[in-house]
Design a protein around this ligand. Structure first.
Ligand code: SAH
Length: 213
């Protein structure tokens, strides 16, 4: 991996930018400041690695905007050793940010091409989340329950199966809405109910279901 002073400088600027946009959690900002986003980009967009924007990563998918990654991570209130399930591994950037925060990360991807690429790349960068190829709607029942669950694709509803895999007291962050636009929802699982709050509008690639494996 090559992480130059130039990369570090650009990353420091990116951290300042997302701080200005409202991210406060110092641990989240520090993690964004450490993960070499240029290692997660498609080579055609490498010069834009530290722009606060989403970019294509192949298979019709995108690497999320750093602000969005920071926003979802902040809502999760990550603590060391939290068991975190991510749906939509994609480039692995979000998984790397969670790993930097000392979470135990489990991540599922349904595009085989992306799964294989990310599985090969992450350990070379020192990131060792548990990666799975499959349908995120099903979650990982044998590995759960999880302290936190993050969905990084736009859903049409809140998947019941994932709620089941969330611990009592656990937090889940999921963008829910149409294909064009979704509302970021934070779900806190209480003993007898779900506490759901809305946190603004975002645009994700779709959370797809019903693919045969
Ligand atoms: N977290 C990623 C963002 C990836 S974009 C990153 O940091 O780069 C969303 C990803 O969700 C895509 O890679 C897409 O293939 C994946 N996805 C969509 N529906 C899915 C499903 N049902 N199960 C698992 N992954 C899914």
């Amino acid at each position: 991996m090559t992480d130059t002073y130039r990369h570090k400088g650009l990353r420091a600027k990116l951290v300042e930018e997302i701080k200005k946009k409202g991210i406060k959690d110092e641990e989240v900002l520090a993690a964004i400041g450490r993960v070499p986003r240029h290692e997660f980009m498609d080579s055609s967009f490498i010069n834009f690695s530290y722009k606060d924007k989403a970019f294509p990563i192949g298979a019709g998918q995108t690497i999320s905007q750093p602000y969005t990654v920071a926003f979802q991570t902040e809502l999760l209130q990550i603590e060391k050793m939290d068991k975190v399930l991510e749906i939509g591994t994609g480039s692995g950037y979000q998984a790397a940010v969670l790993f930097e925060m000392k979470a135990k990360v489990y991540s599922i991807e349904r595009q085989r091409e992306l799964f294989l690429k990310t599985q090969d790349k992450l350990p070379k960068l020192g990131y060792r989340p548990y990666l799975f190829y499959g349908d995120g709607y099903k979650g990982l029942p044998t590995y759960g329950p999880f302290d936190k669950i993050i969905i990084t694709a736009g859903a049409t509803d809140i998947p019941e199966e994932l709620i089941k895999q969330l611990k009592t007291g656990g937090r889940m962050v999921i963008p829910v809405g149409s294909a064009e636009q979704q509302t970021m929802k934070l779900i806190v699982k209480k003993d007898d109910k779900l506490e759901i709050t809305d946190h603004g509008l975002f645009a994700f690639v779709p959370f797809l279901r019903d693919k045969a494996y």
